[in-house]
Write a protein that binds this ligand. Structure first.
Ligand SMILES: *Cc1c(COP(=O)(O)O)cnc(C)c1O
Length: 467
């Protein structure tokens, strides 16, 4: 009893200081300051533990980063061992063993042709690096590249929050207000099958949404340096799974119209979709690839941009030609991050993570099927270990709940009460468990989700209880 009372007092103090001193990401602070923030103090496996000792399933892998669970001994050991040597040294003019070993390993694992690794700190910077490399590559291609200063992205795309990445974003709520600050980029139709922008449906449509990419490239290829895409899955845009063949079409179009293809694998990389990288599903070889989130298994902020020898060699030149890639961060190639990333990738091999994942992906699909019967579930989208459940006010018309009703947020509050933490994307409920989640834990997660959705939106036969 006494111990609990002490932890309560301490929690209150932490909550007060949080409200007093912090500014949280993607958060309306005026609402936040009225709440009692949950304070996570520990983790073990797929569980998070708050400052008062309550445990929660980590239903979104701590925002899509965790892979092998929290406090994974092999990862803890790698970090501790590296701390015994050095925490950080620069990559400017010198190098370090973990950065070298990780680059070698990434090149071995990545789609064929990606042979060079440039480090940065997070998904947004990995995208910035890719955009700047693509732009600068065309500067060295003579006449043909002279006007290639723009990009092409998809509607509902999300590539990060720094200005370059926002410039190629396609989510109006997040991106539109910053328009005056951004580099110009063409936007193609979102491959959003449930709400097809062309009013078509598979397979009869024959992926007509890709034609909008073709149209833009046909008209503007002389200005377009690169097409950027989240392969197979537009993640933050609502977990939109692209139709099979879509990525292959993009690859062909990029080759035909001489635009580089940037694969943003920040969300999809490292096993999330069932293969190491999402590009592998269609054997697509991008010209540049951005990775971060799962790279360190959810341990340290680290990112990498991979590219081909062709792009790399375009930057060769005499020193005073200044063809240098003028980009770098204080913590580029951070040894702690690289050491834990290396250990993270070794776990995949030692524990056969991807092999063990396949039956769990199938079980997840089976267990999700009954949720299709819930009256306010419009669409269930799954790719590997990623799930998006789009809630609708009315199934027949696909009428959506206004964002102001915060239906997704209420479902998340309910799952929290039931022992699982998730973070929705508007009206899309997201489940993205760590790859190490056991069948038993996975089943529990789906049950909690089902119960929470039913409670918030109304069960079978009931009308919804929202508002
Ligand atoms: C999260 C994400 C980013 C941005 O990564 P940060 O580490 O949050 O900057 C970029 N692209 C995709 C596809 C993402 O999901």
């Amino acid at each position: 009893m006494k111990k609990i009372a002490v932890s309560n007092v301490r929690t209150r103090r932490l909550q007060a200081d949080d409200r007093r001193y912090l500014w949280h990401p993607f958060t309306q602070q005026q609402d936040w300051e009225k709440e009692r923030p949950l304070i996570i103090e520990r983790g073990q496996g797929v569980y998070l533990e708050d400052s008062e000792g309550r445990r929660y399933l980590d239903g979104v892998s701590s925002i899509w980063v965790n892979l092998h669970g929290h406090r994974k001994p092999a990862l803890n050991r790698a970090l501790t061992a590296q701390l015994g040597r050095i925490a950080h040294s620069t990559m400017l003019g010198i190098s370090n063993p973990p950065a070298i070993a990780l680059a070698k390993k990434l090149v071995r694992l990545a789609p064929a042709g990606l042979s060079r690794v440039f480090y940065s700190d997070n998904g947004s910077t990995a995208v910035e690096v890719a955009l700047k490399m693509a732009f600068q590559y065309w500067r060295y291609q003579g006449e043909e590249g002279a006007n290639k200063t723009k990009f092409l992205h998809l509607g509902q795309a999300y590539h990060g929050d720094t200005l370059g990445a926002v410039g190629v974003g396609g989510i109006p709520l997040f991106h539109e207000r910053y328009t005056p600050l951004l580099v110009p980029s063409y936007e193609a139709h979102a491959p959003y099958c449930y709400r097809c922008p062309l009013g078509l449906s598979l397979p009869g449509c024959r992926i007509a949404c890709a034609d909008s990419v073709a149209d833009i490239l046909k008209r503007h290829h002389a200005e377009i340096a690169a097409v950027i895409v989240e392969p197979l899955l537009l993640a933050a845009g609502g977990m939109l799974v692209q139709p099979r063949g879509y990525l292959t079409k993009l690859r062909r179009l990029c080759t035909e119209y001489h635009a580089l293809l940037i694969a943003d694998e920040v969300a999809t990389g490292f096993g999330r979709t069932g293969t190491m990288f999402a590009c592998e599903h269609e054997r697509v070889k991008p010209d540049l690839m951005a990775v971060s989130k799962g790279l360190t298994g959810g341990y340290m902020p680290l990112a990498a941009t991979l590219t081909t020898e062709r792009v790399y060699r375009a930057f060769y030149g005499r020193y005073d030609e200044f063809k240098t890639f003028f980009h770098g961060h204080s913590y580029t190639g951070n040894p702690l991050g690289c050491a834990v990333a290396l250990a993270n990738l070794e776990v995949f091999e030692r524990e056969r993570t991807l092999e063990k994942l396949q039956p769990k992906i199938q079980a997840l699909q089976r267990w999700l099927t009954p949720l299709e019967q819930l009256p306010h579930v419009g669409d269930i989208r799954q790719l590997g270990f990623v799930v998006g459940i789009e809630l609708v006010r009315d199934r027949a018309s696909k009428n959506t709940y206004p964002l102001s009703e915060r239906v997704g947020h209420r479902v998340a509050e309910e799952t929290r009460r039931l022992g699982m933490l998730i973070r929705p994307l508007g009206n899309v409920i997201v489940l993205m468990p760590p790859l190490s989640t056991s069948l038993k834990e996975l089943r529990q997660m789906v049950e909690i989700l089902k119960q929470a959705i039913t409670t918030v939106t109304g069960g079978p036969g009931q009308s919804h209880s929202v508002v």
